[in-house]
Design a protein around this ligand. Sequence first.
Ligand SMILES: *Cc1c(COP(=O)(O)O)cnc(C)c1O
Length: 403
Amino acid sequence: MTDPLQPFYDQIAAMKEKGLYSTIRTVESPQGAWLKVNGKKVLNFCSNNYLGLAGNPRVGKAAIAAVKKYGVGPGAVRTLSGTNVLHLKLEEEMAKFKKCEAALVVQGGFIANIIAIQTIMGKEDIVISDELNHASIIDAVKIAQIGNKFIYKHNNMQDLEMKLKEVQPLAQTPRVDGSKRLVLIVTDGVFSMDGDIAPLPEIVKLAKKYGAITMTDDAHGEGVLGNFGRGIVDHFHLHGQVDIEVGTFSKALGVVGGVIAGKKELIEYYRQKARPFAFSTGLTIPDTAALIEAISMLTKSDALVKKVWANGAYLKKEFKKLGFNTGVSETPITPVMIGDENLAKTFSMKLFDHHVFATPIKFPMVALGKARIRVMPSASHTKKDLDFGIAAFAKVGKELGII
Ligand SMILES: *Cc1c(COP(=O)(O)O)cnc(C)c1O
C-alpha cells in the first residue's frame, strides 16, 4: 500500500532541485553580532534582533528575577487564572510606549494579526490588503472567512482608492442582520523583505474619506521607527488615527509575543472576545518580565535605535559603492538583490564559508526571480563587524559575477 502522504515527500525532492528547500541552521550561542553556528563563529547578518536586546544581560536579569518571584508558567489561559500582574504591567507600559489608550499582549505577532482581524470581521465584511502584506495577515483574513477580499498594488494609493470606490456599493449594503459592514484597510508598517515603509498618512486620509477602518502591522517598525522606536504611527505623528496597531515583541524588543493597541473600548472587546486569548495560554513569566525591562530601557535612551539606523546607512553606502543593488529600503533592512534562487543560495553558502551568516530570502517569501540576501544590521554590530561582512560580500560578489 502506498503512503497517502507520499505526495508531500515527493515535494521535498522537487523543492531541493529548484533551490526552494530551506536549510535550517542551529545556533549554539546567545544572539548577538556574532553567533556560533554548526560549531563555527560567524558574523550575524540575519537576525531581527535590531537593538541587540535578545542577548542583553539586563533583560536576562529581569527575566531571572521574575522567575524567582513568580515561577515560569502562567498556569492557565489569561481569562482564567493565567493573568499575572506582570502581564498587566507590560500592557500598561506598552500602551504608554505606543501612546495608545490601551494594549492587549498576546503570544506572538502572527497570532496578534489573527486576533485583530478574526475577532471583529466576518464573511460579510470587506478587507482591502496590500499585495505584499505578511503571511500572518493573509492567513488572518482566511481564518476570519472574510467574503470580500481586495488586494491593492504595493503601496499604491491610486489603486487603494480605486478599490475603496469599487467596494462602496457593497459597503453601503447592510449585513443580513441590518448592521453596517466593516471595511478594513490593512498594511504592514515596514515591509520586511524590501525595507520600505507604508504611506500611512495617505492610507489614513483615504480611510476617513471612504469610511474604512485602518490596521497596521508594525512588526519591523517597533523599536526602529519613530521617536525612541515607538513605531510607524509615531514616525508619521498619527497618534490615535490608526484604529488597530499590531506589533511583535520578537524583533527589536528581542523576546517573543505580540501586541494589539488602540482605543480602550476596542482593546476591551478583544480581551472579552478573542478566541486565541481565551483558549490559549499567554506569555510566560520570564518573557513578560524581559519585555517590561526592554521597554523601560528603550524609554530611557534612544542610543540603540540611533545605532541600528547608523549601521544600516553605512551598510547601504558601502554595498552601493561596491556595485550591489540594495533595492528600495527606507529602513535599516538592507536587501542585496540577486534574482535567481539558486544563485542566492550559493551566495549565502559562500558567505558562510567566509564566516558571514546571511540567509537567502526567496520564493515564497518574495516573488520568484526576486531572490536576495537580506542583511539585517543590529545595534550590537561595531564598524569593524560591518567591515568584515562587507569584505566578504565583495569577495563573493566578484567570484559569482554579481559585481
Ligand atoms: C515577523 C512578523 C510577524 C510575526 O511575528 P511573530 O511575533 O514572530 O509571530 C508578523 N507580521 C510581520 C510583518 C512580521 O514581520
